[in-house]
Design a protein around this ligand. Sequence first.
Ligand SMILES: [Zn+2]
Length: 295
Amino acid sequence: MASVSPEEARDILSGIPVTDSHIHLDPKASCIEAVERFSKFGGERLLLSHKPYHDIPVRSLDGYREAFQRTVDTCKLINDKTDVQCRCIVGPYPVELIRMIENGIPLRKARENMLGAVEIAAKYVEDGDACGIGEVGRPHFPCDAEVADACMEVLTFIMHTAQRLDCCVVIHMESPGGPDDIGHMQQMAYMADEAMLDRKNIVKHFSPGYMSLPKMSLGTIPSVIARSKAILQALEGGDFMMETDFMDEPTRPDMVLPPDTVPKTTAKLMKQGKMDEERAHRVHGDLPAKVYGFE
Ligand SMILES: [Zn+2]
């Protein structure tokens, strides 16, 4: 597919508040430079998702406080230093439960830490420093039944907390086996229903394109990985957002996708007439505004 220049992309995208609905940025890595790459091609809004930091081990609640604070500070830094509007989510990363156990913390204590971390995250949401809880969920690889149960228990608590706060929950979990495998999302949707949390507050991060099909999303919001092929597929279904899941890890540059991919892919698809302006406004404007509270 022919590429677009920054000028051309900005021209095509003019008036559309292009949003990356899931990015990680680390003030100790490229951070502002990555945001500038995004805005160079017409990107305007970022949903910054918390990630574990190598230099802040989370073995206790103090570790969580310090780690979440870094994400919140990074969000403020981006709003101060760039023209990009940034909102953030914080929450205990799914795999951390397993890491704690590997580090000799008993399951009971590890579970307690995860639940405590949810309460700390909730405080950030209450104070208006974060717009939701995430990314959370369960490990996307098989693990002990006991551990899997603890993950589900933490997730249930998160859904109830999000209901109380009326905020979003960004879920990281195994991807479905294909466009007919609705089991995973069904479980999430039912969990939300049980907590009386609006399904529209559930974001399935790292969604394949077919997750936008109503029979797959079940009223939850897919955040689709911004590869052209996946987005073309997503366009055949209902509502979705677009993400890079850029990790900002110097050892894995430009993983999962480079930070400028959302505007580039959107501009390319619009140039080819495969995404019209109305749809682009829905994907980038109305939906992220509703889910994450962008202005
Ligand atoms: Zn992520």
